[in-house]
Each structure stands twice: as structure tokens, then as C-alpha cells.
Design a protein around this ligand. Structure first.
Ligand SMILES: Nc1ncnc2c1ncn2[C@@H]1O[C@H](COP(=O)(O)OP(=O)(O)OP(=O)(O)O)[C@@H](O)[C@H]1O
Length: 256
């Protein structure tokens, strides 16, 4: 179980996370949603001890990450699949992680098999495609057979077969009683794999409920995406313009 309580994280004047509280329960997949810059990655980074909270707490099974004796066995984490030494092979990368916790080579081979990387395990990670890198990141998260998994955008860059595999994998992990917290901007995918979603905007909690309840509570929403767009309408910080918008709102200095 992941418990985030009154968590605030400030970077100078920026409140990346603002008095945020939620719980990701064991035996469930919790989707973590919010617009760009809402504070999802910062929250996850605090949970795994990469950032110190300004105030509040974040714990896994009642303990701060820094207090876990063997963190890889407690929490599997994939925050940035690109954070791999590009000159190391996938196998060597996983073996190096495994050695920090006395995890066997057999387990390294097992997670390589689980993630479908057998044929490229001997290749340098720097030559991997986006999707192959994601699979390697997930393999690293599974290495310690942890009770909790935290996955930031796990389906980013995966092919349809890979997306389906992640959907089934997180379901199985939750059905085994594990806690799964995953972020994604793909609403359709989240609606299919999450039991519950936590939606944040500008660092604050906007909703925390089962998927269907979030949809039912929003006026006229037919999908999680509809409900999400309603809930976050005032929290979007970066909104692009279409060509039509640009035509009606010329930029300063435009001669057209
Ligand atoms: N190390 C840092 N220094 C300063 N500001 C930061 C730092 N890390 C994050 N921020 C700011 O904190 C806010 C939240 O960022 P965060 O990466 O947590 O958002 P996010 O919800 O994960 O966004 P995205 O969906 O784009 O990945 C943003 O305004 C970001 O610029």
C-alpha cells in the first residue's frame, strides 16, 4: 500500500505538489492522472526517495522508502526508462541491479523472458528503440519480485501487443495482492486496466475514486476521458493552439 499524506513539494516558488493525499491499495491497479506539469512524476519521485518532501509524508507499507532494508524487493520502480547506461547490454544492466540485492542470474533471465527481451538481451541498451527501453525498465521493476510497483507511463512507445501485455501484467500483479500505481495519459488504456484513478491538477487532488464512479459523477461524461477533461479543465497549464486559433489570434508583430 502506498500512502501519500498532505504531501507538498516546492521548487523555489513552484508548488509542484500541494497538500496531496491519496492511498494506492494493495490488490488494485491505481491510475495516476493529470495534465502535463501536474506533479505526478514529482509525487512518484518522493515516494521512492528521489526527492525530499517540503512537508507531508509518503510511505510504502507504512515505511518511508529510505527506511526500507531491501528496496528492490519492496518497490519496483520505472520512472524514466532512458536512465540506463547506453553502453551496457540489457542483461548486464539488469545483472548490475540484481547484484545490489543478491538477486540471482536466474531471476535476471526470468524477467528478460517475462518482458520478451530474450533476443536482444545481449545488445547495448543505447541501441534500443523506445518500446524496447520501456520493456527493459519494466524488467528492472520486476526484478526483486516486489509487493508494490510504481510505473510512470509504462505503455509509452509500446506496440499494441506490448500495450496488451502491460494491461495483463498489471492485472495479474494486482490479482496476486500487489499494489500497482501507474501513470498514463492514455485514458482508454487506463479505463481498461485501472480499478481506481487518482486525478491531480496543479499539484492538488481533483478526484480519487473507481473509474466508473468518476464517469458517473461527471455531467454527461460517457468515458473516463470525458470525465478527466471536465475535471482538469481549469488545471491545464500548457494548452496548444490549432491553426484556426492562430488565424483568429495573430501573434504580436505578425504581418498577416
Ligand atoms: N527539479 C525540478 N526543479 C524545478 N521544478 C521542477 C523540478 N521537477 C519538477 N518541477 C516542476 O514541478 C511541476 C510538476 O512537474 P512533474 O514532472 O511532477 O509533472 P508531471 O505531472 O509528471 O508532468 P508530465 O505529465 O508532463 O510528465 C512542473 O511545474 C515542473 O516544472
Amino acid at each position: 500500500m502506498i500512502e501519500v499524506e498532505s504531501l507538498t513539494k516546492r521548487y523555489g516558488t513552484v508548488r509542484a505538489v500541494d497538500e496531496l493525499s491519496f492511498t494506492a491499495h494493495s490488490g488494485a491497479v491505481t491510475g495516476f492522472l493529470g495534465p502535463n506539469g501536474a506533479g505526478k512524476s514529482t509525487t512518484m519521485r518522493v515516494v521512492v526517495g528521489l526527492e525530499r518532501p517540503t512537508s507531508g509524508t509518503a510511505t510504502v507499507d507504512g515505511r518511508r522508502y529510505a527506511d526500507l532494508a531491501a528496496p528492490l524487493h519492496a518497490v519496483g520502480v520505472m520512472l524514466d526508462a532512458r536512465s540506463v547506461h547506453p553502453g551496457r547490454t540489457a542483461f548486464r544492466h539488469l545483472l548490475a541491479q540484481a547484484r545490489t540485492h543478491g538477486i540471482s542470474r536466474k531471476r535476471v533471465d526470468e524477467v528478460i523472458g517475462m518482458t520478451g527481451l530474450e533476443s536482444v538481451a545481449g545488445r547495448r541498451a543505447g541501441t534500443f528503440s523506445l518500446g524496447m527501453g520501456q520493456r527493459l525498465g519494466i524488467a528492472g521493476a520486476l526484478l526483486g519480485d516486489p509487493g508494490t510497483l510504481i510505473l510512470d507511463e509504462p505503455v509509452n512507445g509500446l506496440d499494441p501487443d506490448g500495450v496488451l501485455w502491460v494491461r495483463r501484467l498489471v492485472r495479474e500483479l494486482a490479482d496476486e495482492g500487489r499494489t500497482v500505481l501507474l501513470s498514463s495519459h492514455l485514458m482508454h488504456e487506463l479505463a481498461l486496466c485501472a480499478d481506481r484513478v487518482v486525478i491531480i491538477g496543479k499539484g492538488r487532488l481533483l478526484a480519487d475514486a473507481p473509474v466508473q464512479e468518476i464517469i458517473d459523477r461527471s455531467t454527461g461524461a460517457a468515458s473516463l476521458e470525458d470525465a478527466y477533461l471536465q475535471l482538469t479543465a481549469d488545471s491545464v497549464q500548457y494548452r496548444g493552439r490549432s491553426a484556426d486559433d492562430s488565424a483568429t489570434t495573430p501573434t504580436a508583430g505578425s504581418t498577416r
